[in-house]
Every structure is written in structure tokens, then in C-alpha cells.
Design a protein around this ligand. Structure first.
Ligand code: 2BA
Length: 155
């Protein structure tokens, strides 16, 4: 169990650590790998969400998932970029969370994951909680805890 005071302050910060879906770079599951290759190169994020045409969350895509398909025995082939689409190579076994989040779960997950997709019970993609935004919230709490709570060391 995390401290009640920290849990309550995290709840107050909750909206600050969600990056809303419209601000998140994503690709469609039906996009050709050539298009996804360009998107990942341009946005410079190492892994981004994959959505369907109804904005439902489907998985995650990274550059190595694309470049793996280009590896031949002796040389690289560009053909798979036009022949395959995102859903052929994306990762689908992805840990997601629902809003409102369980702060303790989020904290545990962000130890190993740089971000967690937030997905509604209907499957719609809501946004992402990133390690960076969460660290900013923790930074805020560590500077303001004493202003809001009177925490004494145990005798
Ligand atoms: P990475 O792409 O590996 O990025 C690791 C960290 O590097 C990011 O941490 C951020 O601090 C910085 N960074 C990388 N590319 C950036 C860029 N184009 N603009 C600004 N900062 C950049 P976080 O912000 O905690 O993000 C964690 C992960 O969440 C990222 O890992 C990326 O996979 C994903 N992500 C974050 N924001 C995103 C967005 N707007 N769209 C899509 N994916 C995003």
C-alpha cells in the first residue's frame, strides 16, 4: 500500500499525467509499413500506439518490428514495406490501464515501461501515461507534501 497522503496527492495530479490521445503520435493498423516507417522516423519516439479506424487501441509499433521484416541473408529488402501492414508486425500483448487509474499499479508498471496506454472499457484509446509526466507529478508532490500534510517521524 502506498501512503494515503501520496495517493491523495497523486489523485489530484491525475489529469496532468495523461497525454490525451489527440496529442499522441499513432499509426493505423491498416497502414502500410512504408507509411509507419516514415511516421516513426519523423516523430522520433521509439514506440507508438496502433489504432483501428474507430480509434480503438490495437497494439504498439516500434522501428525494430518494421526493420526485422527487411532483413535478408545478405542484404536488406525494401519490398516488405509495401507488402506488409502494421497489424502484421505490431505487438498485441500490451499492458493497458483504464481511467481512473490505480496509482500504485501505474507506479509499478512505469518501473519497466516508458509509457502505458490508457484504454476505455469500450476499447477506445484515451491517451498515454508516460514516465516523464508521472515523474513530474511525483516531483510536485515531493515539493508540496509538507505544505498539505503534517507527517511526523514515528517515535
Ligand atoms: P521514447 O521515445 O523512448 O522516449 C524516451 C524519452 O525521451 C521520453 O520520455 C521523452 O522524455 C524523450 N523524448 C523522446 N522523443 C521525444 C520527442 N519527439 N519529443 C520530446 N521528448 C522526447 P517520456 O516523455 O516519458 O515518454 C516515454 C515514451 O512514451 C516514449 O519513449 C514514447 O515511446 C512514448 N511517447 C511519449 N510521448 C508520446 C507522444 N506524444 N506520441 C507517441 N508516443 C509518445
Amino acid at each position: 500500500m502506498i501512503s494515503k497522503a501520496i495517493n491523495a496527492m497523486l489523485k489530484e495530479q491525475e489529469q496532468h499525467f495523461l497525454i490525451p490521445g489527440e496529442m499522441v503520435a499513432s499509426v493505423n493498423e491498416d497502414n502500410a509499413l512504408a507509411h509507419a516507417f516514415l511516421v516513426l522516423t519523423k516523430v522520433r519516439y521509439s514506440k507508438i500506439p496502433v489504432l483501428d479506424k474507430d480509434s480503438k487501441f490495437k497494439g504498439l509499433l516500434s522501428m525494430p518490428m518494421i526493420t526485422d521484416t527487411m532483413l535478408g541473408l545478405e542484404q536488406l529488402s525494401l519490398a516488405p514495406l509495401d507488402e506488409l501492414c502494421v497489424k502484421d508486425v505490431m505487438e498485441t500483448d500490451v499492458q493497458t490501464i483504464e481511467n481512473p487509474y490505480d496509482a500504485e499499479l501505474v507506479m509499478h508498471l512505469l518501473v519497466d515501461l516508458p509509457f502505458i496506454p490508457v484504454v476505455a472499457s469500450t476499447g477506445e484509446f484515451t491517451g498515454i501515461v508516460t514516465r516523464r509526466e508521472f515523474m513530474k507529478a511525483l516531483n510536485h508532490i515531493s515539493h508540496n507534501l509538507d505544505n498539505e500534510y503534517d507527517i511526523q517521524p514515528k517515535a
